[in-house]
Design a protein around this ligand. Structure first.
Ligand SMILES: [Zn+2]
Length: 97
């Protein structure tokens, strides 16, 4: 069994909320899929901000923030938990009414 998802880390752009997924990389930005965030060259910048503001690049130099997921859950687990939580809250809301 592969345990790659255990060490998966996500980074988010503090400016626009773009999430960098090492599994997908940023092919348009010259970052091949599977590139850890720590191996991205300093010259790389958020592709969303960059695409949105070609003429005002200052805004796309916002630092990427590490949003490492819970270590005991992979992304699918987090999604599931969020769905269950959302559903539970929804039920609670309808019960309270
Ligand atoms: Zn951005």
């Amino acid at each position: 069994m592969a345990t790659e998802t255990e060490t998966k880390q996500l980074w988010v752009c503090t400016s626009c909320g773009f999430v960098y997924d090492p599994d997908e990389g940023d092919p348009d930005g010259g970052i091949p899929p599977g590139t850890p965030f720590t191996e991205i060259p300093d010259t790389w910048f958020c592709p969303v901000c960059g695409a949105r503001s070609e003429r005002a690049r200052t805004t796309c130099h916002a630092p990427m923030r590490h949003i490492k997921g819970w270590t005991w859950l992979d992304n699918d687990g987090v999604n599931l938990a969020a769905t269950v939580l959302g559903g539970g809250l929804g039920m609670l809301g309808s019960l309270i009414k």
